[in-house]
Design a protein around this ligand. Structure first.
Ligand SMILES: [Zn+2]
Length: 468
């Protein structure tokens, strides 16, 4: 009877507070000594003695690549050289193509896909512990030592070790502020030259290949050719790329120009930048070294990772990109600011690549743009940061986000999110409203809202950097 009563209570509680049904028994997750702050709509829960976490926690807090295919109910989780596939309700998973048995298969609850945390963590090389009294999962990165919170982040250093068969991998590309940026897994020696009839700049990267995530994100055709569409730049019509040669493996990028154009090449820590702002006659200082402040704007999610899905089906990744492009357009006009976008089209970039871009550029600030999701009634804007050195930026950015959006104030909060945690410069993640809320979603996809918030974000950046 007692058990039956508990079930009834759970049932009623679940009906009345669908979004908060497990709030009373929160499961904590500690990664390398720091608690992961779980999104209010995406918390871990204990099911059949297994801690199950929403895939959003895997992507946003642990920083692994996550791909969810609704049609086949298949979730793919990837990091470095490990990729695992799990299917909702099926007890057999595959890890790098080999079958592995699961104690508890993935499941869908209230529209959220949950996966077993211990299995995912252990397959990714984490040490996983469980304290039943405090309902706490501890995750320790194996190569990070004692896990007391002072250890190095798992993705710091050793960039060149991240290769496939000795090749450096192309992870992502972006075009912003008249600069073409190529993010690679390690150092390369680019060969850059011009060709005429029509005018173009050719960038060959010897001993490189496309990363699997790049091939998926950038829609390479069967001959490994693809194209980045560039809008709003009169000098550049498009950027093409291909696996130019197999012996040795060489990736070629071609910037198609409207006429002859000077350029400058920077190459540092897995980041190649071809800068068309510089007329190449005299050597030019790299991004930011001309006394300008470097601002990295990161549009969350992309391609196969749509982020939150709105009440009418609108996708977070589209909002994030539209906002980033609007912010870029405004910052281009600022003579004291260099802006770099982590992605400038609908492509996917792993969280650690977004961090690497900001770190390689020694950016002054990092702004990640997202939209939120939660219970239908939840609405408003919030600003997240992870490290104390980001608090001042968070406060300034939130003030402007709030004013320019006109939405409800949910405040400045701390959360252990990959991009704000692993970066070393002041970094914030802006949540510009709830796609799961009818009126927020309607506002977020209007030109007037986006233009206003883009202005607000730029005003915040300028205020923080002390630029008039
Ligand atoms: Zn997001």
């Amino acid at each position: 009877m007692k058990k039956f009563g508990f079930l009834v209570l759970l049932f009623v509680f679940g009906l009345v507070f669908p979004g908060y049904s497990h709030a009373a028994t929160d499961t904590k997750i500690i990664l390398d000594g720091k608690e992961i702050v779980q999104p209010s709509d995406a918390k871990a829960e204990n099911i059949n003695s297994s801690v199950m976490v929403p895939i959003r926690v895997i992507s946003e807090s642990l920083g692994y690549g996550v791909d969810w295919q609704q049609k086949t109910s298949t979730v793919t989780i990837s990091k470095d050289n490990t990729a695992m596939q799990m299917i909702v309700g099926q007890k057999t998973a595959t890890v790098n193509g080999s079958n592995v048995n699961l104690d508890v298969p993935p499941l869908v609850k209230n529209g959220t896909t949950l996966v077993p945390l211990r299995f995912v963590g252990e397959q990714m090389g984490l040490k996983v512990g469980w304290n039943n009294t405090t309902k706490t999962v501890t995750l320790v990165t194996q190569n990070s030592g004692s896990g007391n919170g002072t250890t190095t982040p798992p993705n710091s250093g050793n960039n060149s070790g991240d290769t496939q068969e000795g090749l450096v991998l192309v992870n992502g590309i972006s075009f912003s502020d008249n600069r073409f940026l190529i993010a690679t897994s390690g150092d390369t020696k680019p060969n850059v030259f011009t060709m005429t009839g029509p005018d173009r700049i050719v960038i060959d990267l010897p001993n490189t290949a496309f990363a699997d995530s790049f091939s998926q994100g950038q829609a390479l055709d069967s001959n490994q050719n693809g194209q980045l569409v560039v809008n709003g730049y009169p000098d550049v019509s498009k950027i093409r790329y291909s696996l130019y040669s197999n012996t040795p493996s060489t990736v070629r990028f071609v910037i198609d120009l409207s006429g002859s154009k000077g350029y400058d090449v920077q190459n540092d820590s897995g980041l190649v930048i071809v800068d068309l702002n510089k007329e190449g006659a005299t050597p030019q200082p790299p991004v930011g070294n001309n006394g300008k402040k470097v601002v990295v704007v990161d549009a969350g999610h992309g391609d196969q990772d749509p982020g939150a899905i709105g009440v009418t089906g609108k996708r977070e990744k589209d909002f994030n990109l539209a906002m980033a492009l609007k912010v870029e357009a405004l910052l281009k006009k600022e003579s004291n600011i260099d802006v770099v976008l982590t992605r400038s089209d609908d492509t996917f970039l792993a969280l650690k690549e977004r961090v690497r871009i900001a770190e390689s550029l020694k950016a002054d600030i990092f702004i990640s743009i997202h939209a939120n999701s939660g219970p239908a009634a939840a609405n408003g804007v919030e600003t997240f940061y992870s490290r104390a050195t980001s608090q001042a930026l968070a406060k300034v950015m939130h003030k402007h986000l709030l004013q320019s959006s006109g939405l409800k104030d949910r405040g400045v909060k701390t959360a252990s999110l990959h991009v704000t945690r692993e970066t070393t410069m002041p970094a914030v993640l802006l949540e510009g409203g709830f796609l799961s809320n009818k009126s927020d979603e309607a506002a977020l996809f209007t030109e007037s809202f986006q233009n206003s918030v883009a202005k607000g974000i730029v005003a915040g950046i300028k205020e923080y950097l002390g630029i008039k």
